[in-house]
Design a protein around this ligand. Structure first.
Ligand code: 1Q0
Length: 210
């Protein structure tokens, strides 16, 4: 099993955007696969998070490999296809609890957390705690979509995150300076992918999908 590399995740998110700023689902999913690898290397405390992410990745992979795969080439195509064919539960859970739209929305919300967390890491000083950076990013983003019990469990998991130095080592890109420089490249990329998806979902009023 190949070990995690931040560069690999960065490459996947780079490949995500087409020339006319559409988001390729294949590379989006592959970026998440890389992130899950990272999460798994942090230990079993993160298992409940990793399990949920893997479940969602698998759902999207299913569409990518399924009979209608051409309709899932980009997020833009997926949204149009699923809406045009009434494949999305819009107001309450019903016949389509695993639509591509609602599944991607969960990862999309998590991508905002990632953007905030990586930016905090990038500008952090040597003595700053990853657990605090992670919790702050979570409180500003994903936590709003989670019930109390999930927020509680997430908070407990953050406490056992490795320190900044060990964290940088697991990223596997070299010295702290190199990590900071790769993060400087990664954050704007992730941010752009996030913004494009956010705008699309807002236009289609999909930001609250059950
Ligand atoms: C490094 C620490 C990682 C912390 C991840 C923060 C997210 C915490 C989320 C905890 C919730 C997970 C439990 C399940 C929640 C679901 O209810 C929820 C909604 O789905 P549904 O189907 O019930 O409506 N699911 C989600 O909100 C999706 C959560 C996905 C989280 C995916 C996190 C992947 C982790 C990546 C590690 C990134 C490490 C960053 C540094 C690496 C350098 C690039």
């Amino acid at each position: 099993l190949a070990s995690f590399s931040l560069q690999e995740v960065l490459d996947a998110f780079k490949l995500c955007l087409s020339e006319n700023k559409e988001v390729y689902l294949e590379h989006y999913v592959s970026g998440w696969r890389g992130l899950v690898k990272f999460l798994n290397s942090l230990g079993s405390v993160f298992g409940f998070i990793s399990k949920d992410a893997v479940g969602k990745i698998k759902i999207l992979e299913g569409y990518l490999e399924g009979d209608n795969s051409s309709q899932y080439a980009t997020v833009q195509l997926m949204v149009k296809y699923e809406l045009d064919n009434q494949l999305v539960d819009l107001t309450k859970r019903g016949n389509h609890p695993e639509s591509g739209c609602r599944t991607l929305l969960r990862l999309h919300r998590a991508l905002r957390w990632l953007e905030l967390f990586l930016e905090r890491l990038r500008v952090s000083g040597q003595d700053e705690k990853t657990s605090v950076m992670c919790a702050d990013a979570y409180d500003q983003s994903l936590s709003q979509h989670h019930p109390w019990v999930v927020r509680k469990a997430a908070g407990l998991a953050f406490c056992v995150l490795p320190g900044r130095e060990a964290f940088f080592q697991v990223m596997n890109v070299g010295s702290a300076e190199q990590v900071v420089s790769v993060l400087g490249e990664a954050v704007p990329l992730i941010s752009e992918v996030y913004q494009i998806t956010e705008t699309l979902y807002a236009e289609q009023q999909l930001l609250q999908l059950p």
